[in-house]
Design a protein around this ligand. Structure first.
Ligand code: UD1
Ligand code: UDP
Length: 380
């Protein structure tokens, strides 16, 4: 039996962890034992607790309750707490997802204790180090022993940084194993996409019959400058007026807190628009339902832009670049950053895009099984 410590903390990691936990439960129950450590980076009920029962994620064995804070303070608290758990446990590896501060803290704590780091979602690059995520992912990849990349682009990025795909096992931090495995998020969307319509509350069902736009906004470069954030909201409001479609916007607490503190009146005016449904963050099954039935998705989220592709929806990604370059090359997603006429044109063009073929850039829905089997085969 191999024992791993899985680190979760931010919403997307909690969701991703459902896929691997499910694979362990169904295919490797006697070979792989997972303890879960929640750093507490996200803590609101709707950013964390809501996902556990719904996605059948085991309750965390440890919760550090670090809460919000500056990057340094938040990461430092996590690092200290994770180190303590690792010193008291006897783990064969530490598994981290993605690129958040929780990912970074897990990777640094483990590599310093010579515990192999397993990075799920390795190799992604935006080539923009102003994004905290880019710093986190590069640091984590270079501390890892097993690197699982969801896309061939991710593997190519790692090769360009000096990684090799033909290192012989056993793998360790100086001889890492790089694997192309598909995306655990695609595993989840396939699995839960089937269940969403049946499981979500009936109050959502009327949305099936109307064309609506789904949006999420939370990146610092879209939220921290409130003038910019309000300009994005203006463009979304224009889109509602122009198309007469409803806008459903589950608001990330970062975005809500900033607007409530700095521009409460404009925030209220936006919320009062008859076509705007500004709602609390929703559960994953609800989000999946909304994605499946939307007409267009507007987002700056890494995960939501991919889910748009999984459900074959056009999307506008409010960023200057993305690590998911396949989506842009495919044409179903388009980048748009400048507000005003440029963004409105991007919305129009996205609505007019003809979408046909959706190649399987993100695997076959079995990335999690591959990851578990490789961990078992590769860790000493
Ligand atoms: C973090 C990740 C980002 C990821 C996002 C997913 C980092 C550096 N960023 O960004 O990569 O895309 O999570 O959602 O790790 N807040 C609450 N309640 C919560 C959580 C946050 O009110 O449960 C508010 C607090 O005001 C907090 C702010 O949101 O200061 C930002 O939270 P934080 O976790 O620091 O960063 P995110 O923007 O959520
Ligand atoms: N998500 C959700 N409820 C919401 C908004 C998003 O369940 O109200 C899910 C979404 O389906 C995706 C993940 O959260 O699986 C994306 O997380 P987020 O946008 O917070 O972070 P990112 O992917 O940008 O790191």
């Amino acid at each position: 039996m191999k024992r791993i410590l899985t680190i979760i903390g931010a919403r997307p990691q909690i969701i991703k962890s459902a896929a691997i936990s499910r694979a362990i439960r169904t295919a490797f129950p006697d070979q792989l034992k997972e303890d879960i450590l929640h750093t507490g980076q996200h803590y609101d009920e709707k950013m964390s607790a809501v996902f556990f029962d719904e996605l059948q994620i085991p309750q965390p064995d440890f919760n550090l309750n670090v809460g919000s804070g500056s990057h340094g303070a938040q990461t430092a608290k996590m690092l200290e707490g994770i180190e303590e758990v690792l010193l008291n446990g006897n783990y064969d590896g530490l598994l981290v997802y993605g690129d958040t501060n929780s990912t970074l803290a897990g990777a640094i704590a483990a590599v310093k204790l010579h515990i192999p780091v397993i990075h799920v979602e390795a190799g992604l690059r935006s080539f923009n180090k102003a994004m905290p995520e880019e710093v986190n992912r590069i640091t984590c990849d270079h501390a890892s022993s097993l690197l699982f990349s969801p896309t061939t682009t991710g593997v190519d990025n790692l090769l360009n940084e000096g990684f090799k795909t033909d290192n012989p096992a056993p793998y360790h931090a100086d001889n890492p194993g790089v694997f192309h495995c598909g995306d655990v998020m695609y595993d989840n969307s396939r699995f839960f996409g089937e269940l969403a319509d049946e499981k979500v509350d009936a109050k959502w069902h009327s949305l099936k019959d109307e064309a609506f736009i789904l949006a999420t906004i939370h990146r610092p470069y879209n939220t921290d400058d409130t003038d910019r954030l309000l300009a994005i909201f203006d463009d979304l409001r224009w889109l509602c007026d122009d198309t007469q479609m409803k806008l459903v916007l589950p608001l990330h607490p970062r975005t809500k807190n900033i607007l409530q503190a700095k521009r409460p009146e404009q925030f209220q005016a936006f919320a009062d628009h008859p076509k705007v449904e500004l709602i609390e963050p929703v559960s994953f099954l609800e989000m999946t339902f909304l994605e499946k039935h939307s007409r267009l998705i507007v987002t700056d989220s890494g995960g939501v832009q991919k889910e748009a592709y999984f459900f074959q929806k056009p999307s506008v990604v409010i960023r200057t670049e993305t690590e998911w370059v396949e989506l842009i090359a495919h044409g179903s997603a388009r980048l748009s950053f400048e507000t005003g006429e440029a963004m409105r044109q991007a919305f129009r063009a996205a609505l007019e895009t003809e979408l046909n073929d959706f190649p399987p850039y993100f695997g076959d829905g079995k990335a999690s099984e591959f990851i578990c089997q490789t961990i078992l085969d590769s860790l000493k």
